[in-house]
Design a protein around this ligand. Structure first.
Ligand code: ARG
Ligand code: ZN
Length: 851
């Protein structure tokens, strides 16, 4: 059992010392790396005596204080720190230590991804490189020299600009980098490797020339075009929308295969999971291309929201992440389709964050305690955090929001600040009291809004009651302040009013004078991240008439949910829904948007509404509805399919992407008929289509209707792409998501595939991670799915605790399970939590789940 201790925000203390400059020399060898760290350190709190540096698993060689080698009695090596006793007010410290990057499987600090040396230091990786005051409110000017074999590591990169290059006689060479901007250690990065590069340039609005480089394994250069294009689009967007220019003359991006998360915004040297850089028509889906555009932009936007202005401590993480996600969402909306983007963002929020918010792992976007900070890079901190910024944007309006952002940049540039500082700028420039709004930062759980309507004597009364859930510890929480955008429609479907209501009290009443009872369209654009509970509903009507693209989508979803729930209770399929669905099929809406309207509610959406979850009941009902719609609308679905199926088109414009999206939606629905006809169509699509989007859609269908074609197609796919890990991720995901008999057995066997490697997080996510979202087999009544995943968590925890704890999140549904599943899961949770030398990462998640 772990003895992990809890860290509290209330215990925050300003650093006793700070680092002015940090000059690092890395001597990279195959067996070890030697780090020489020269720091100018200043005492900030004059009462402090000892300097305590964070230091994890470092092999100390020697220490020099003001050029004198320190005797051993002058310092103490503690478990995760190095204490230098009795130091002066200002001094120079040199520490030499060794590390072993090739043995680093946690992928934190300095490690090797294939043959590339790279780093991941956010949040606390730097202390695994050299002893340091490893906290974001200590900002230093860094200079870095890398020395390595010239043949094996011709490319040597770090933050900032190149200062000098040198060659050594023994076949080694070196490069010195210097970064003029003071920064916290989590933004430090280095890369060494034999890399291919794609070069480009960007001229900023004020005319500064910026060199842009994307580095990747040799041979992948042609797959960097989309990433480069996205980077330039992001640079321009930030100039236009936020008035922010890039501040160095060089911007480097490096793609590596082994990476715990999506990417990292290190100053001037972003390091990326290769899944968010590499793409071409043959290997990447449309969703992959969109993902690259948004993650490239996200990391670029961090240069101002994260790097220039950073976080005082890790409790403030949403300060940079919520804000930067909001920025990347707006960027994607501007460059693609606004309506589709908003729906996709809300979908992702509800599938991931709402589930988290209704689990024992629920936390405010600004948590007040943690055991492992790595566990808090969550959908709540990121995606709900972005919704909170979006509400501020809605409350202030575009102009005042921009004024407030300008004030934020002007006031806090080069500082490490708090969410309260951000809210101060919003409140001041926005001329709005945000005291109550702050609750969004400190309360957890998804608020519900009860909606009651009344019409009497020419007055329409809207009564809204906030139902705020209790916090995880059972304590009561207070009503929120938020914008609620509504519309009122007359009986012909004409909009008579659109308004943003300000909700602050637990109970609010709004009166409208009308001569008839209007139809309400509520929480338009998803103006607040809440759950609407409406007594009276007009979903069919709104599916037809709502002019707000989000609300129309929402009506389709909620109507679908209503029908599926009624099927679950043994009722028949409601005709009005079926007609409304048909109406959308016939409509000439934008095709990408239409494809979303035609999507049936997810298992996750239905599960969230059950107090006791029974998956079998849910997917039987969904299947029934799919079959009904597919057989009734077969002709229309086939017609849409053939109209938009264009196997040779590989374009990425909105129309081509939309065409693939809608015809694959139709084919998927038709495949619920499980007929040979559909198998033949999917098989032809697999063979003839040039895009990965179409191939993956076809394989998914073939796998799930267990046709004779499936095995052949999968074998062909495997033979063709087995050398390409990014494509093999899709292969493993498709098979792990399968509803066909024997999925778990195949998943177990796939771990032996030559392309599979438990050390590579992307592969683990594809195979095991996808399996945890396969409701049918993960939640198998005999507990076999739980046992498999628990075994994996225990194994992988020894390799990579972050990866293991993210798998453990799959168990967070525990308390809501039916008796039998719950019993099975409990056994596994107890087995995991009592594992010897379990990481604090996994311990924190699992102990919270079974508490
Ligand atoms: N700041 C990065 C981003 O959002 C995420 C890095 C998180 N890394 C981690 N090991 N938790 O772009
Ligand atoms: Zn980020």
């Amino acid at each position: 059992m772990s003895e992990a201790k809890t860290i509290y925000l209330k215990d925050y203390k300003a650093p006793e010392f700070t680092v002015k400059t940090c000059d690092l020399v890395f001597e990279l060898f195959e067996e070890y790396t030697q780090v020489t760290n020269l720091m100018q350190i200043v005492k900030m709190d004059k009462s402090a005596k000892d300097l305590v540096l964070d230091s994890v698993e470092l092999e100390l060689v020697e220490i020099h204080l003001n050029d004198v080698k320190l005797e051993e009695e002058r310092y103490v090596v503690e478990k995760e720190s190095l204490r230098v006793l009795d130091v002066e007010d200002e001094f120079k410290l040199i520490i030499i230590n060794k590390i072993y990057p090739h043995r680093n499987s946690e992928l934190e600090g300095l490690y090797k991804s294939g043959n590339i040396f790279c780093t991941q230091n956010e949040p606390e990786g730097f202390r695994r490189i050299t002893p340091y005051i490893d906290r974001p409110d200590v900002m230093a000017v860094f200079k870095t020299t890398l020395v390595a074999s010239r043949e094996k590591y011709p490319v040597l990169l770090s933050n900032g600009n190149t200062e000098s290059n040198f060659k050594l006689d023994d076949g080694r060479h070196g490069v010195t980098w210097s970064d003029p901007y003071p920064k916290p250690s989590y933004l430090f990065a280095l890369v060494a490797g034999d890399l291919g590069v794609v070069k480009d340039k960007y001229i900023t609005a004020s005319g500064k020339y910026v060199r842009l480089n994307i580095y990747t394994d040799k041979g992948n250069e042609s797959k960097c075009k989309h990433a480069m294009k996205s980077l330039k689009e992001a640079m321009q967007w930030d100039e236009e929308k936020y008035g922010r220019e890039y501040d160095l003359s060089l911007y480097n991006i490096v793609a590596v295969d082994s990476f715990n998360m999506g990417a990292m915004e290190n100053k001037g040297l972003n390091i990326f999971n290769s899944a968010y850089v590499l793409a071409d028509e043959d290997t990447a889906t449309d969703a992959n291309f969109m993902g690259i555009q948004s993650v490239i932009a996200h990391e670029y936007f961090h240069n101002w929201t994260g790097n220039r202005i950073t976080c005082r401590d890790w409790f403030q993480l949403t300060l940079k992440e919520g804000l930067t996600v909001f920025r990347d969402q707006c960027f994607s909306a501007d460059l693609n389709s606004k309506e589709v983007q908003r729906i996709e963002d809300v979908k992702a929020l509800r599938e991931r964050q709402f589930v988290e918010d209704n689990s024992p792992m629920a936390h405010p976007i600004q948590p007040d305690s943690y055991m492992a900070i790595n566990n808090f890079y969550t959908a709540t901190v990121y995606e709900k955090g972005a919704e909170v910024i979006r509400m501020l944007h809605t409350l202030l309006g575009e102009q005042k929001y921009r004024k407030a952002m300008d004030l934020y940049f002007d006031t806090f540039d080069a500082q490490a600040v708090r969410t309260d500082d951000f809210l101060w700028a919003m409140s001041k420039a926005g001329e709005m009291n945000l005291e109550q709004f702050k609750r969004w930062y400190h309360q957890s759980g998804t608020p519900k809004l009860d909606v009651d309507e009344k019409f009497e004597d020419g007055t329409y009364t809207l009564t809204l009651i906030q139902k705020i859930p209790h916090a995880v510890d059972g304590s009561e929480q207070k009503p929120h302040f938020f914008p609620l955008k509504i519309g009122l429609l007359d009986e012909s479907g004409k909009e008579i009013l659109e308004k943003t209501l300000l909700i602050s009290k637990e109970k609010e009443e709004f009166l409208f004078k009308t001569s008839f009872k209007p139809v309400l369209s509520i929480n338009r654009d998803f103006s607040a991240p809440i759950i609407i509970d409406q007594k009276e509903t007009h979903y069919g009507f709104l599916m037809k008439h709502d002019t707000n693209s989000f609300a129309k989508y929402e009506a389709a979803q909620l109507f679908g949910i209503q029908i599926i729930e009624s099927l679950m209770q043994g009722n028949d399929i409601n005709d009005e829904y079926v007609r409304a669905y048909g109406h959308i099929l016939e409509s000439d809406l934008d095709i990408s948007y239409k494809a979303l309207l035609l999507e049936l509610p997810s298992i996750s959406a239905l599960m969230q509404r059950q107090n006791v979850v029974d998956f079998e009941l849910i997917y039987d009902a969904i299947e029934k509805l799919q079959k009904h719609l597919a057989s009734l609308y077969k002709e229309k679905l086939l017609e849409i399919y053939s109209k938009f199926h264009n196997p040779l088109c590989v374009d990425l414009d909105a129309n081509s992407i939309g065409s693939r999206s809608i015809k694959n939606r139709c084919l998927k629905l038709l495949s619920s008929l499980k007929s040979n006809e559909m198998a033949v169509m999917a098989n032809e699509q697999y063979s003839n289509s040039l895009t990965m989007t179409d191939k993956v859609a076809a394989l998914d269908i073939l796998e799930n209707i267990s046709s004779e074609y499936s095995a052949v197609a999968f074998k062909h796919f495997h033979d063709k792409y087995r050398q390409n890990t990014l494509v093999m991720n899709k292969y493993f995901s498709l098979l792990a998501a399968s509803h066909r008999e024997g999925t778990l057995e195949r998943v177990i066997a796939l771990q032996k595939d030559a392309a599979y490697n438990e050390l590579v997080p992307n592969l683990v996510r594809s195979l095991v991670g996808t399996f945890t979202r396969n409701y049918k087999y993960f939640h198998a009544k005999d507990g076999s799915g739980y046992k498999f995943v628990a075994d994996k968590i225990i194994d992988i925890d020894k390799i990579n605790p972050q990866m293991a704890s993210s798998l453990a999140g799959a168990f967070k549904i525990y308390k809501k399970l039916n008796v039998q599943n719950k019993k099975m899961m409990k056994v596994e949770l107890e087995r995991v939590v009592s594992t010897h030398s379990l990481s604090k990462n996994v311990y924190e998640i699992v102990s919270k789940i079974i508490k």
